[in-house]
Design a protein around this ligand. Structure first.
Ligand SMILES: *[C@@H]1O[C@H](CO)[C@@H](O)[C@H](O)[C@H]1NC(C)=O
Ligand SMILES: *[C@@H]1O[C@H](CO)[C@@H](O)[C@H](O)[C@H]1NC(C)=O
Ligand SMILES: *[C@@H]1O[C@H](CO)[C@@H](O)[C@H](O)[C@H]1NC(C)=O
Ligand SMILES: *[C@@H]1O[C@H](CO)[C@@H](O)[C@H](O)[C@H]1NC(C)=O
Ligand SMILES: *[C@@H]1O[C@H](CO)[C@@H](O)[C@H](O)[C@H]1NC(C)=O
Ligand SMILES: *[C@@H]1O[C@H](CO)[C@@H](O)[C@H](O)[C@H]1NC(C)=O
Ligand SMILES: *[C@@H]1O[C@H](CO)[C@@H](O)[C@H](O)[C@H]1NC(C)=O
Ligand SMILES: CC(=O)N[C@H]1CO[C@H](CO)[C@@H](O)[C@@H]1O
Length: 726
């Protein structure tokens, strides 16, 4: 998609003022560098040069023809603004900063559109106040603390159909010359990856006009963009390799880098420098550092804005997420291994004496790009060997320009080094001590103090992720995960899941042989009732759901409607007729229990019974709840636990079918067959073997996770999973 418009932006020499600008360069050169005493000779020379100038200018303008009305590449700017709050109906300081930033992006030009990643209502507010060129995308993955995943943001932006994608820090302001960098890069005949470090500026006393087209001074008068840029240049302070790095790339043919981006949490450090490092190492794309044109700035102080209140982030959580990113950066890629100094193949995009150009710092070669709007006339002249007449002029010009450029180039520094970023973030939280069961319950439980609990081992890692993705998709966020082993604990932490470790879990869970009836299975199931009881005692209701339960819809509203002193459980009965609460037909892989005294006492009995039994938990569960042989069955779908008066309700199998009911899993189209009978969930049980279970679920399409990319499936991300290897 391309947007056509005339070139009217400011910065350097405008198209209208090009001739003027060119002659200024030449005449200043003449008067500074020619020191002939003889005035006549000087005048003669001057007339001669003037003639030459007229000819070359004519040639120059001929070369420049057709530039107006040029077709510009479309640009999409992606950002993940932090949720902000309102005071007196107005956004707080954070909101104001983010709004100013987005407006500065839109002001670049009509070919720019903005996509904001977020789920919070404040992000929707932001977008709705900024016009139709700003949209919100919530269909990416977020951690349980609400932080978006960087790998999803990059993947989502690569699905965009625009010519150029940009990912930017949500508070960074863009100045018009940023678009020049993109356009010049776009004219290169290679695929590229552009970065811009973002300097801070302590005082940014400008605000944007209501039309969003130009900037104003504090007194409300208009400020020319050159003046503003001058102010910025004087005030800016280069930050350390902060993560306020802007990255941009053209759609192109080749990928950004080899390998796969790990699930970094956005804005929590390392991801930008990690990605940059991989892009440089992979060497698929030309890397351009556009930092030195100072087109991206982070204003520390917005003096004009009388903001309301403060914004606060929980630093404990931020540090924990930084720890996650640090661990990912250390585990994947060559981030901390390679000597970074070797990586000097990139280009700089700089402005020197009013001209933009690409510079290869290592070789000190200057490239000017053909047709790039701020074309360097002088450089073009120098390259052109046909104008022998200009030989002398060329020599002098060359000397003069060289001096200038050498000066400009000498200031260029290194690309942001990830090692440095690593050093600056030494003090990171120890991940293992971050979240306890109690703290997770506080964060995750919903307003009714209800949580969904899954218990999983490493062998069901992908199944767990598919289950989590499904819950996220249904906007169910009150789940927590109990890790049975160290591997799944680490995995879940790095996937941004609310996970805690069960210290008493059996240490030895077989990867493939932990199916129904095995010794391993017996051990694992007993963990579940123990953890559920523990959570009930902490005052939270628990929906226990195995990870092989596919959720069509959120069953919680229905499950909660049964009221207190009732425990609702899935029936494992396969016979389509007859009672559904016969012995051993309670499925302890899906039940809802309330934190009330009868339920707690009954669950304690189950735990006690199971601890002395050599069987799995399932029989203990039934024998306690319905009595041995079903002695406390009340009717065909209820039992009454006599000591506690707890009612056990067996759920309607049409809504909560088990894996054997009506042969649903054998249907051609499992989803529509199940939906037809009103399924809220479908249990993928009554099948033995981890691989067979996994295969059945993936092939049925009741699968929501891409294990290769480590992200949930979305409308924009639908890989072919049938080629999945089990
Ligand atoms: C975006 O994703 C969808 C679904 O995977 C795909 O059909 C489409 O071709 C993608 N578009 C681009 C530009 O990659
Ligand atoms: C912001 O700028 C104003 C005016 O320059 C100054 O008085 C104030 O102290 C600054 N505030 C901060 C937090 O830097
Ligand atoms: C902002 O935060 C500071 C320090 O945390 C506090 O003293 C001040 O009262 C806060 N202001 C508002 C309006 O909340
Ligand atoms: C795990 O169990 C297997 C067989 O049951 C046994 O050979 C192995 O030593 C055990 N590993 C640990 C760490 O207990
Ligand atoms: C299913 O239940 C019906 C009625 O209770 C009974 O007659 C039939 O034998 C049962 N079928 C099986 C396979 O158990
Ligand atoms: C159970 O209900 C019966 C009859 O309603 C009552 O007599 C008994 O005290 C109750 N038991 C408990 C533990 O509440
Ligand atoms: C997905 O992959 C499988 C196996 O590689 C192949 O048979 C199938 O045609 C593919 N489906 C699509 C839609 O590409
Ligand atoms: C590249 C850069 O700016 N590095 C600076 C990072 O911060 C430390 C201390 O704050 C400075 O000493 C470095 O020069």
């Amino acid at each position: 998609m391309l947007v056509k418009r005339r070139a009217t932006y400011a910065g350097g020499c405008r198209s209208a003022g090009r001739l003027q600008c060119t002659s200024r360069v030449l005449s200043s050169f003449i008067f500074r560098h020619l020191s002939y005493k003889d005035a006549a000779l000087r005048i003669g020379y001057f007339v001669f040069l003037l003639g030459v100038l007229v000819i070359t200018l004519a040639l120059y303008s001929a070369l420049q023809n057709g530039e107006d009305g040029e077709v510009f590449p479309s640009v999409v700017i992606f950002a993940a603004p932090r949720p902000f709050s309102f005071r007196g109906g107005r956004p707080d300081l954070l909101g104001a900063r983010e709004m100013l930033a987005v407006r500065s992006w839109l002001a670049l030009g009509p070919e720019v559109t903005v996509v904001l990643f977020g789920q919070d209502s404040s992000i929707l507010y932001l977008a709705s106040n900024l016009g139709s060129r700003v949209t919100v995308a919530s269909n990416i993955d977020f951690s349980f603390l609400g932080t978006p995943f960087f790998h999803c943001m990059v993947a989502r932006s690569q699905n965009s159909s625009s010519a150029i994608s940009v990912i930017i820090d949500p508070e960074t302001i863009l100045l018009p010359n940023f678009l020049i960098a993109l356009r010049c890069a776009y004219k290169l005949d290679r695929d590229w990856f552009l970065i811009s470090r973002t300097p801070s500026i302590s005082n940014f006393p400008f605000l944007m006009h209501n039309t969003g087209k130009h900037w104003l001074k504090e007194d409300g008068s208009r400020v020319r963009i050159e003046k503003l840029q001058e102010h910025v240049k004087q005030e800016l302070r280069w930050s350390n390799c902060s993560e306020k790095l802007l990255i941009a790339w053209n759609a192109g043919e080749v990928p950004l880098h080899a390998g796969i981006l790990p699930p970094f949490l956005y804005g929590r450090g390392f991801h930008n420098s990690w990605l940059l490092h991989e892009v440089v190492l992979s060497d698929f794309r030309l890397v351009i550092d556009a930092s030195y044109i100072a087109s991206t700035i982070y204003p520390e102080n917005l003096t004009y804005y009388d903001f309301w209140g403060n914004f606060s982030i929980d630093n404990g959580h931020v540090r924990w997420e930084e720890g996650v990113n640090q661990r990912l950066a250390a585990l994947y890629g060559s981030h901390f291994l390679e000597g970074y100094d070797k990586l000097r193949k990139h280009l700089y995009f700089i402005k020197c004496s009013g001209r933009y150009a690409f510079v290869n710092a290592a070789k000190k070669v200057v490239f000017s790009t053909e047709g790039c709007n701020e074309q360097s006339f002088v450089l073009k002249l120098l390259r052109d060997q046909q104008y022998e007449m200009l030989f002398f002029l060329k020599r002098l010009l060359h000397w003069w320009i060289q001096k200038k450029w050498i000066h400009c180039i000498s200031d260029l520094g290194n690309l942001c080094s990830p090692k440095q970023a690593f050093k600056e973030n030494k003090q990171l939280a120890l991940l293992d001590t971050a979240f306890t069961l109690e703290s997770l319950l506080k964060i995750s439980a919903d307003n009714d103090k209800t949580v969904v609990l899954a218990v999983a081992g490493h062998n069901y890692r992908d199944m767990l992720m598919s289950w989590v993705c499904r819950l996220r998709h249904l906007h169910v966020s009150n789940f927590i995960i109990c890790a049975l082993d160290a591997e799944i604990y680490q995995f879940a932490l790095l996937m941004g899941l609310p996970v805690f470790r069960d210290q008493l879990a059996p240490s030895n869970i077989s990867f493939n042989q932990c199916h129904f009836g095995s010794e391993c299975f017996r051990k694992v199931t007993k963990v579940k009732s123990r953890i559920v009881t523990q959570i009930l005692k902490l005052g939270y209701n628990v929906l226990l759901s195995d990870v092989d339960v596919y959720w069509f819809n959120n069953p919680l509203p229905l499950l909660q409607s049964f009221g207190p002193s009732v425990l609702v459980v899935q029936s494992d009965e396969y016979n389509e007729t007859g009672p559904i609460n016969l012995p051993r037909r309670s499925n302890s892989g899906f039940y809802f229990s309330r934190s009330d005294p009868p339920t707690i006492s009954a669950m304690e009995k189950v735990v006690k019974h199971a601890s002395t039994s050599s069987l799995s938990e399932q029989p203990s569960f039934y024998d306690v709840m319905c009595g041995e042989g079903g002695s406390t069955r009340v009717d065909d779908n209820h039992c009454l636990e006599p000591d506690t008066n707890l009612t056990i309700h067996f759920l309607d199998r049409n809504l909560f079918p088990n894996g054997a009911y009506k042969g649903l899993w054998e249907e051609e189209d499992v989803r529509s067959a199940c939906k037809k009978q009103g399924c809220l969930i479908l249990h993928n049980n009554w099948i033995s073997g981890r691989e067979r279970k996994l295969e059945r679920q993936v092939l049925s399409g009741l699968w929501e996770y891409d294990p290769a990319m480590r992200m949930c499936l979305q409308s924009w991300h639908q890989p072919n999973l049938t080629s999945h290897s089990f």
